[in-house]
Design a protein around this ligand. Structure first.
Ligand SMILES: Nc1nc2c(c(=O)[nH]1)N[C@H]1C(S)=C(S)[C@@H](COP(=O)(O)OP(=O)(O)OC[C@H]3O[C@@H](n4cnc5c(=O)[nH]c(N)nc54)[C@H](O)[C@@H]3O)O[C@H]1N2
Ligand SMILES: Nc1nc2c(c(=O)[nH]1)N[C@H]1C(S)=C(S)[C@@H](COP(=O)(O)OP(=O)(O)OC[C@H]3O[C@@H](n4cnc5c(=O)[nH]c(N)nc54)[C@H](O)[C@@H]3O)O[C@H]1N2
Ligand SMILES: [Mo]
Length: 653
């Protein structure tokens, strides 16, 4: 990105036209990021709570006092209740490698509970690893030469516009686009073929396509022989699988599944873009395993123009210990899965007594928000929030600390869906008294009297030690050039050859690594979506995918008075007397929230779609994640954000 600074103020933010991936453009919400930097809702100095929990009333203090409070309270909690009574909570607000993990050395040294960071892509990651090991996905540029691009559970026109640039160019050449998604999102609207699927129905759809390919002897035999293992066992299972069940679980007729198989057969140059969206249900890990198996059986991991499989990328690997310093921890402490924060703050025993939140807005982004809210209301919980703006979580802080934005701190950024890495410098000094995550934890460590080496490191030194250990950084590169703002293309980016032969391993159709998970991708029952008891009580299924104007919950401050829309099928709405534009209420055993009805055939009957994590607002104090559950996906400990049963009614009745 290129920031223009005039008289010390950022006036413009745009794409770098000399960068191959950014290619001169960024999305609309990020173009107006400078507004956020100077927004009146920005937190400018340290503050302490001066009202009830969650009221958002604070009193200004200075940093010295803030550090005194931190040192005293954290020391006191550790002394009285043990280090594990402190829970650090963070995610990806800042995606710079140093700042994202800046708290880890400190909390390791303190011996606090550890956070399992599962909220985003660990289910997809676990599915990938099971079959593909540690190979990366295909570089997105490969899609340029494809004849068929499949966006499977990824609304990439919204969530990954830089991938869409390749799709748009390939389309001009005549490439066709297939979108497989429970609702016809904007990517689906730009597709040549939009294929609806039942939420969680991807396992059966992928297996059905494969069964059909096997029946017509159209799998890539040579490739399977050379670069995969376990196909026979898997293929036997598929031959014996029941079409009726495949059809019932996917919600797609057998003839249609066969047509899709036919379509794949005739498109040797197929690029598969698999989103993490389809993994956010209790069959999510199995879904990606089935899809990756389909890709392997078609030879899409193999050499050849336009073929590829891309999920989250994997452009760079390793080096994380340089950022988190696990050796500073005296021993293994308890681990809390971040998706289960609601439970961790309300029922976990021994209880959490202090929570240190940075880089995240858990009250908005975590499932089962009413439990998170209940936890944050606890008078005996000491809550620290390091934030840029007054988020719903920040309102619950006992101690509120101002954070820099990525434009105010130095860091190195790796990849999420592409293969470049770059070091960036701050373009303005911190606004107000804001402090970067890195500076906050380095300062705090010193105040605590920690003298270990990592706490004496400068940011640059940490970046260099990380880059030295990072797999994907070319051996012959001059690090000083990179430190000055150059970018690196990962050595793991494979543009022509076969992914598996490059990394000297094979795709595993059948795995026996885990005693818990099935060996081969196979049909498994659904979770909340197929729960018969719940179905009668809560007849609608709700999915909650990203919104074009929000980045998870970031930018929520721009839409304080908006509750967001809910896509409802017109026939469902008619049966309930729901009219377009009116407020509706969704509720289940976990909570309730309201949205504005938008009647559209873009969604299926029985399926409600709520795009975007708008902030809780007004008196109701609830939002979309009040309805989602803490249930975990089948693999990797990820969340099940797209699998909630709800009841729907017109508001005000
Ligand atoms: N504008 C915008 N961009 C973003 C984000 C944002 O919030 N806003 N978030 C960023 C982040 S952190 C991430 S992880 C990525 C996520 O981006 P993606 O990988 O694209 O994943 P999701 O956005 O979670 O889900 C996308 C699609 O999955 C569909 N889906 C839900 N359940 C199923 C299912 O069972 N089967 C199938 N086939 N599809 C299903 C949803 O309907 C939705 O269209 O996007 C990033 N980009
Ligand atoms: N219902 C539903 N819930 C979801 C999802 C979904 O699709 N549906 N998606 C899930 C996914 S994929 C993800 S990744 C998570 C994301 O969850 P989070 O990582 O919590 O993402 P954000 O909502 O963007 O919140 C990040 C916060 O960090 C702050 N921040 C930014 N930079 C810095 C910094 O340098 N320092 C500090 N201290 N703070 C900073 C921002 O102001 C922002 O409030 O949400 C998940 N929640
Ligand atoms: Mo994410």
């Amino acid at each position: 990105m290129i920031a223009t600074v005039v008289n010390g103020r950022i006036t413009e933010l745009g794409g770098d036209k000399d960068h191959p991936y950014t290619n001169g453009f960024i999305c609309r919400k990020m173009r107006s990021y400078p507004e956020r930097v100077y927004d009146s809702k920005r937190i400018l100095f340290p503050q302490v709570r001066d009202g009830g929990k969650g009221e958002g009333v604070f009193r200004r203090i200075d940093w010295d006092e803030a550090f005194d409070i931190l040192v005293n309270r954290l020391t006191e909690i550790k002394k009285k209740h043990g280090g594990e009574a402190i829970l650090p909570y963070s995610y990806a607000g800042n995606m710079g490698a140093v700042n994202r993990f800046a708290g880890y050395p400190f909390f390791n040294r303190m011996g606090t509970s550890r956070l399992d960071q599962t909220i985003c892509s660990t289910t997809a990651g676990a599915g990938w690893e099971k079959q593909c090991g540690d190979i990366p996905g295909s570089p997105p540029e490969k899609a340029l030469d494809a004849d068929l691009i499949v966006c499977w559970g990824s609304n990439c026109k919204v969530t990954n516009i830089h991938f869409w640039q390749y799709v748009a160019r390939a389309k001009k050449r005549g490439c066709r686009v297939l979108v497989i998604d429970p609702y016809c999102n904007v990517t689906g609207k730009s597709a040549d073929i939009y294929q609806p699927v039942k939420p969680g129905g991807d396992v059966s759809l992928a297996l059905g396509i494969l069964k059909s390919l096997i029946e017509r002897h159209s799998v890539a035999r040579e490739y399977i022989k050379k670069e995969t293992e376990g196909f026979d066992e898997f293929s036997d299972y598929l031959k014996n699988s029941d079409w009726q069940e495949l059809v019932a679980q996917s919600g797609i007729k057998k003839e249609r599944i066969e047509e899709l198989a036919e379509f794949f057969c005739h498109s040797p140059r197929t690029f598969l873009r698999v989103g993490v969206g389809l993994t956010r249900n209790s069959r999510g890990g199995m879904a990606v395993r089935a899809i990756f198996s389909l890709a392997a059986a078609l030879g899409l991991y193999g050499a050849g123009k336009g073929r590829g499989v891309l999920c989250f990328g994997g452009g760079f690997r390793g080096g994380k210990d340089e950022l988190t310093c696990p050796t500073l921890a005296g021993g293994m402490t308890r681990e809390v899965n971040m998706v289960e924060l609601g439970n961790a703050l309300t029922v976990l025993d021994p209880p959490v007594k202090g929570i240190f939140i940075y880089n995240s807005n858990p009250l908005s982004v975590n499932p089962d928000s009413s439990m998170v809210r209940k936890g944050l209301m606890r008078e005996d919980l000491f809550t620290v929030v390091h934030e840029q703006v007054m988020t719903p979580t920040a309102r619950y802080a006992d101690l509120l600390l101002p954070a820099t934005t990525f434009l105010e701190n130095r860091d190195v950024y790796t990849t999420y869906g592409h293969f470049y890495l770059g070091v960036v410098e701050p373009v303005i000094p911190p606004v107000g008294e804001a402090m970067s995550n890195f500076d906050l934890f380095q300062n705090l460590a010193l105040k605590m009297g920690f003298t270990d080496e990592p706490f004496k490191q400068s940011c640059d030194k940490r970046i260099v030690s990380y880059l030295k250990k990072l797999e994907g950084v070319p051996a012959d590169i001059s690090l000083s050039e990179v430190m000055e703002g150059g970018y690196i293309l990962s050595t793991r980016a494979n543009n022509t050859g076969s992914l598996f032969s490059d990394f000297q391993c094979k795709f595993q159709f059948s795995t026996s690594l885990s005693p818990i998970e099935p060996h081969i991708p196979c049909l498994v029952p659904g979770g909340e979506c197929d729960d018969v008891d719940l179905q009668s009580k809560f007849p609608f299924l709700l999915i909650t995918p990203p919104h074009k104007d929000l980045l998870n919950s970031t930018f929520g401050e721009r839409y304080m008075d908006e509750i967001g829309e809910l896509l409802i099928h017109p026939q469902d709405a008619a049966a309930l007397g729901i009219i377009d534009g009116k407020s509706v209420i969704m509720e289940n055993d976990r909570g309730w929230t309201t949205r504005t009805a938008r009647l559209t055939e873009d969604t299926q009957r029985g399926l409600l779609v709520a795009e975007g994590i708008f902030w809780e607002s007004g008196l109701a104090k609830n939002a979309i994640n009040d309805l989602t559950s803490q249930r975990l996906a089948d693999m990797g400990g990820g969340g099940t954000f797209h699998e909630s049963r709800v009841r729907l009614s017109l508001a005000g009745l």
